[in-house]
Ligand binder design. Structure first.
Ligand code: HXC
Length: 514
């Protein structure tokens, strides 16, 4: 028996070294951790159970039969993260460049299936040269098996992808199908075709970093939700993100202990809105001034900054926040901000995370660029996402709520449960200046001093509509509150709504304007 134990011990030891000492050193030299080091830092100490450490590929193509590694370039298993069951796979770049083929894909699929059956999140730590070229079509099949599972798992269990090295070709589509992507600056990149193909096809000269690095995808494309300085920051972000979400779509997020009556009144909120309604202010001050201290975690921070989305806690409860940002493009809704917010709303709704909206929106951004880039269909995404969301939904209008954007930003008409407005709120079809120009066109034209007449009519319109009281008179706004009361009102409202049951009409699935 002892000799059999020795065989086992040797195999276990061999399985831990991946592609060997030299390749591990090369990995470290690039500033990257190994697949196992990442797992070590991600999971609670000693909790990770590896599955399939002895799996090997079955290919004999191009001498692969002489190049076999225990585990086949991916570490898979389960453990706990802050005490909660989580599944993960971590690709090992030291083994055949972390490339994916039949056996590697089977290992990933196995833990994805277990995660679905047991209702727990899956985290993918990606570091791979893509489809293993020597294994041919089985590599492509392996990817498709994963994509299929990503899609079926979507909205059932939360899925996270951290990109910690290359992620190229069709390989990008697994992360793209998951809920959140995190990238590491300077050591990770994602693209469908790399710089060489780009040069051949379009004659553009571009580096891998410019084409698909973390800063590109966090600012220009919005593909990644987080751009992290290093791998440890990415791992810590993953842990924090997990803390706001439940295990699966049947559960609610966990609630932290909270001592009521300590800091419900937030006087600081009274000082944020400028006197002039045209002056910008930072909506993040409103968010941070309202939620539990230090609890706001912004998502998609550097992309479409005219809308702010992220997670926070209110009296210990997890909430998703969507807020117009008057400090960037005056907080208008445009193509990118609509897509960004729509995706976030749908994530929160999938996983029972109540939605809080802070609204200060002058309308949709006009222009050929917007129209030709389909602001109609893209704005409709946000509208659709809110209309369909059945989680508790509360809106606070901090200043402007104009035009179609008033409807879209979680108005009561499309299913918001409670709608508060601050006393300076302006809720109308359009700004007073433009409105006066249209409806008093004749008066203005015929006046001896047109400019003065216009100003007079502008003031008349503003007096009538640039306030929250017309909306309040019809119940579109439930209550006009002073800013310092906001936190307390919201805590009570979300508590009141905690057992909300709302159902959608029976259907196979809706047809969101994609
Ligand atoms: C097999 C691969 C591999 C791959 C890398 N390796 N990628 N083996 N299949 N796809 C191996 C290398 O041969 C090398 O082995 C080791 O991994 C490390 O690779 P290096 O090139 O030395 O590393 P580096 O210089 O850091 O470059 C990394 C890289 C490069 C940029 C990722 O390896 C690369 O361009 N690989 C090919 C990428 C690619 O075209 N993949 C297919 C994409 S298409 P040795 O033994 O020499 O150390 C795709 C389709 C998916 O993925 C479709 C799904 C629908």
């Amino acid at each position: 028996m002892e000799s059999k134990y020795k065989v086992l011990d040797k195999k276990i030891t061999d399985s831990k070294v991946g592609g060997g000492k030299d390749r591990i050193e090369a990995q470290h030299k690039k500033g990257k951790l190994t697949a196992r080091e990442r797992i070590h830092f991600l999971f609670d100490k000693g909790s990770f159970e590896e599955i399939g450490a002895m799996v090997m590929h079955r290919s004999v193509n191009f001498g692969l039969d002489k190049t076999k590694f225990l585990g086949d370039g991916v570490v898979t298993g389960y453990g706990t993260i802050n005490g909660r069951l989580t599944y993960a796979f971590s690709q090992d770049f030291t083994v055949l460049g972390g490339s994916l083929a039949e056996a590697h894909a089977e290992k990933i699929c196995k833990i994805m299936d277990l995660a679905m059956e047991n209702g727990a999140p899956v985290i993918g730590l990606n570091d791979s040269g893509g489809a293993r070229i020597q294994e041919g079509v089985v590599s492509l099949g392996g990817y498709a098996d994963i994509f299929y599972r990503n899609t079926l798992s979507s909205g059932v269990i939360p899925q996270f992808s951290a990109i910690m090295g290359p992620c190229a070709g069709g390989a990008v589509y697994s992360p793209a199908l998951t809920d959140f992507i995190l990238m590491v600056e300077n050591t990770s990149y994602m693209f469908v075709t790399g710089p060489n193909v780009v040069k051949t096809v379009t004659n553009e000269v571009v580096t891998a970093e410019e084409l698909g690095g973390a800063s590109t995808h966090s600012t220009k494309s919005g593909v990644t939700h987080f751009s992290c300085e290093n791998e440890m920051e990415a791992i810590n972000h993953l842990k924090r993100l997990l803390s706001y979400v439940p295990q699966n779509c049947e559960e609610k997020p966990s609630v932290l202990d909270y001592e009521h009556g300590k800091d419900e009144t937030r006087e600081g909120l009274d000082k944020i809105i400028p006197e002039s309604s045209g002056t910008p202010y930072d909506i993040k001050e409103v968010i941070e001034g309202t939620v539990d201290e230090g609890s706001f975690m912004e998502v998609h921070k550097d992309y479409a900054e005219n809308i702010v989305v992220g997670f926070a806690r209110l009296a210990g409860r997890s909430i998703g926040i969507v807020a117009n940002q008057p400090a960037f493009l005056a907080g208008v809704l445009d193509v990118e901000s609509s897509k960004k917010a729509a995706r976030f709303v749908r994530f929160c709704d999938s996983f029972n995370i109540p939605l809080l909206v802070f609204e200060d929106v002058p309308g949709f951004l006009p222009g050929t660029d917007q129209e030709w880039n389909a602001i109609i269909s893209n704005g409709a995404k946000l509208l659709y996402a809110f209309c369909e969301a059945t989680v508790p939904r509360v809106t606070v209008i901090t200043r402007k709520a104009y035009g179609g954007a008033y409807d879209v930003m979680n108005s009561k008409h499309i299913g918001a449960d409670m709608n508060y407005a601050w006393p300076n709120a302006e809720i109308a079809v359009m700004g007073a200046k433009g409105a006066a120009e249209i409806i008093f066109k004749k008066d203005i034209k015929e006046a001896s001093n047109s400019e003065e007449k216009w100003k007079e009519k502008e003031a008349e319109y503003a007096e009538m509509f640039a306030n929250p009281y017309n909306a309040a008179a019809r119940g579109y706004v439930d209550e006009v509150i002073k800013p310092h009361q906001t936190r307390e009102k919201l805590i009570r409202a979300f508590k009141m709504l905690e057992n909300k049951v709302a159902t959608l009409p029976k259907k196979k699935h809706g047809n969101i304007p994609l």
